[in-house]
Design a protein. Structure first.
Length: 299
């Protein structure tokens, strides 16, 4: 088959698209990548913590998918809104990479050894709220730009440390720069963090068959649980919601976290369920969070 992949033009997005392309080439398909510029690329100064970020890195790619300019799209799962346009669906989730968050500091100091008042750059309310909960004496500062740009800002001394996702750094060859990995319990990851979403038109049966071998069922079910939690809470990347599901022996353990922006209040809930009950698990953990008062934080 001839298959066209839609992707953003950032280094990380192209790494992800090239990885999918390589798998499809091995299967004997002819594959090309079409770079599509999204609103997130055109408006680099919009804070990722604003309310205008829903679909910021997705919308134009989904439009190209719907009108047939591309056959499939490769996204970072954490960028994909839980409500997708009619006619589109996630057909495959490859095996998930490391979902943890990491710290990179200028002097290779771990988080607990940063000086009081240290400036930590992050683009995520989820990270900033949980960092503040761990330490109230550091300064959490918004940062935008791709990984190269953020590292350059750190190296210029604009920040004492930056917090990023382990998966993106590793994929781009920056793993050696990591000072510290946060545990899942210290900073719960974003919904879908570390996972890729391969999105197609629901009526594209031949494309679905072509990418079926790329799907990793445990990763897919884990992401289903996380996204079900996010859907129930009605949130996106502009609110401090975190969730991570761990598959083990046919079951999932799901941790959900909602934190106030200043980190003074953190609500947690955990539950287990068979992998086939992923969506119900996500809903149940979300309900637990709501019973504990999560709605007061999310308003």
């Amino acid at each position: 088959m001839k298959i066209s992949i839609g992707s953003r033009g950032s280094k990380l997005a192209l790494w992800q698209a090239e990885w999918v392309k390589a798998q499809l080439l091995r299967a004997g398909h002819q594959v090309e990548i079409q770079i599509i510029r999204t609103a997130g690329d055109k408006l680099p100064n919009i804070p990722l913590t604003s309310g205008r970020t829903k679909g910021l890195f997705i919308k134009e790619i989904e439009e190209a998918l719907l009108d047939g300019r591309v056959d499939l799209a490769v996204h970072s799962m954490k960028d994909l809104p839980v409500e997708q346009p009619q006619g589109l669906g996630v057909a495959a989730v490859p095996e998930r990479a490391d979902a943890r968050d990491v710290l990179i500091s200028r002097e290779s100091r771990p988080f607990t050894q940063l000086a009081a008042g240290a400036r930590i750059g992050t683009s995520s309310l989820r990270r900033s709220s949980q960092l503040a909960a761990l330490r109230c004496d550091v300064s959490i500062v918004p940062i935008r730009g791709n990984v190269d740009t953020r590292l350059a800002k750190l190296d210029r001394g604009e920040f004492d440390a930056i917090a990023l996702a382990a998966a993106g750094l590793t994929r781009l060859g920056f793993a050696s720069r990591i000072t510290q990995h946060f545990t899942i319990d210290e900073i719960c990851p974003a919904v879908g963090q570390g996972a890729l979403a391969i999105e197609i038109r629901e009526d594209a049966k031949a494309i679905a068959q072509a990418i079926e071998p790329l799907d990793h069922a445990p990763s897919h079910q884990a992401v289903r649980a996380e996204r079900a939690l996010l859907r129930r809470l009605g949130g996106g990347c502009a609110v401090p919601i975190a969730a991570h599901a761990t598959p083990q022996d046919g079951h999932l353990r799901l941790l959900g976290v909602v934190a106030s922006i200043d980190g003074t209040r953190v609500i947690r809930a955990t539950a287990h369920a068979p992998v086939d009950d992923a969506e119900r698990l996500g809903w149940n953990v979300a309900e637990d969070l709501l019973k504990q008062g999560a709605q007061e934080i999310l308003v």
